[in-house]
Write a protein that binds this ligand. Sequence first.
Ligand SMILES: [Zn+2]
Ligand SMILES: [Zn+2]
Length: 140
Amino acid sequence: MRGSCVCGACRFEADLAPGTEFHACHCETCRRWTGSVNFSVEVAPDAIRFDEPPAIAALRTSDWAERTWCARCGSNLFYRLTVGPKAGWMYLSLGLLDDPGAIPFGGEIYIDRKPETYALAGDHSRLTKAETEARFASQD
Ligand SMILES: [Zn+2]
Ligand SMILES: [Zn+2]
């Protein structure tokens, strides 16, 4: 699936695993990083190819991950794990994809960090911070 930042300096093709869903994260870091809620899709380390060497800026935002953006236009690109068995895996911003509507919705995480003033409709999983962190820990 193809995608791009706003300015086009980071154009890419991503191979999404069959059955890939996007998730909504309401954690404080994603909220500040995106300005709202972070919709992202999981991508394997070798599954993104950029058309040109991209100008990617990165900031380490925790002991286990960094967040990246286009150094030219500022579009959020992906959250990338830096340690553990999934080091190198990325959580690509859904909105970069040319056809975000092709990806099914998999549910919300850090639901207890979501402001009360908005909500995502529908029947899907809604994990609290504790439930989210327990699930990640069990994957290590
Ligand atoms: Zn850009
Ligand atoms: Zn988050």
